[in-house]
Ligand binder design. Structure first.
Ligand code: SAH
Length: 226
């Protein structure tokens, strides 16, 4: 009977199950309450989205280098930003900054469809194949300058920016659907704020500062200059 799949379709235990469970507990202890978000974190094998040499660090609550001078964000930040988007399951989400594809994989469990944009070809290609390997079918990765959004694919119910820009890119605000939420790090490089914008039914934008953070640069027409 060895090698047989169990009834849940899972291929059995992995040495990463324990570390992943502890990562989710840490994220919950640090204030993330949305059970859908915590469950999503519990279902994504984060180690498969970082270089193999760093698999043993994959479930620490830290950011990790993924090549090209970029990083996969800290699990706690991924979770907090996902929670701040207030997703119920039927949304179209835009992500700016695919990186490893981890945040996109988490969002794939929380929304209907995810469109993610990455400016570095190597990372976009790697993320695409990693997401394929994970069996994620509702995420599309595009190569390009995400600070301009994807006007023809919007409006978006939620937009997440995972690289830090000097200010909130105007095109992204324009592509936010009424009732939609945009979450991202903005402000001076050394003192970014995690910001949430809510677009009201009558087209107004309400801004909240959720905390302090430090992300890699958003580089592009509406970022730090391309
Ligand atoms: N969400 C990612 C975090 C990656 S770090 C993850 O889960 O791993 C931020 C990423 O944003 C980097 O890969 C960087 O190349 C990318 N980036 C920076 N500026 C961008 C832009 N204007 N458009 C698209 N991607 C951008």
């Amino acid at each position: 009977m060895s090698g047989m799949m169990n009834v849940t379709g899972s291929k059995g235990k992995s040495r990463y199950d324990g570390p992943r469970r502890r990562m989710v507990e840490t994220v919950a202890d640090n204030g993330v309450k949305d059970l859908r978000v915590l469950h999503a974190l519990d279902t994504i094998p984060r180690h498969l989205l970082v270089p193999e040499a760093l698999w043993d660090q994959a479930y620490k609550n830290t950011s990790i280098p993924i090549g090209e001078n970029q990083t996969i964000s800290q699990p706690e930040i991924v979770a907090a930003m996902s929670e701040a988007l207030e997703l119920k399951g039927d949304e179209l989400v835009l992500e700016v900054g695919t990186g490893s594809g981890y945040q996109a994989a988490v969002l794939s469990r929380l929304a209907d469809r995810v469109i993610s944009i990455e400016r570095i070809p190597k990372l976009a290609a790697k993320a695409r194949s990693a997401l394929d390997r994970l069996g994620v079918t509702n995420v599309v990765v595009h190569l390009g300058d995400g600070s301009q959004g994807r006007p023809n694919d919007g409006p978006f119910d939620a937009i997440i920016v995972t690289a830090g820009g000097p200010e909130i890119p105007k095109p992204l605000l324009e592509q936010l659907a009424p009732g939609g939420r945009l979450v991202g790090p903005f402000g001076p490089r050394e003192a970014q704020s995690l910001i949430r914008i809510r677009r009201t039914g009558d087209g107004e934008f309400k801004k909240e500062v959720l905390g302090k953070c430090r992300f890699v640069d958003l580089i592009g027409q509406h970022g730090w200059g391309g």
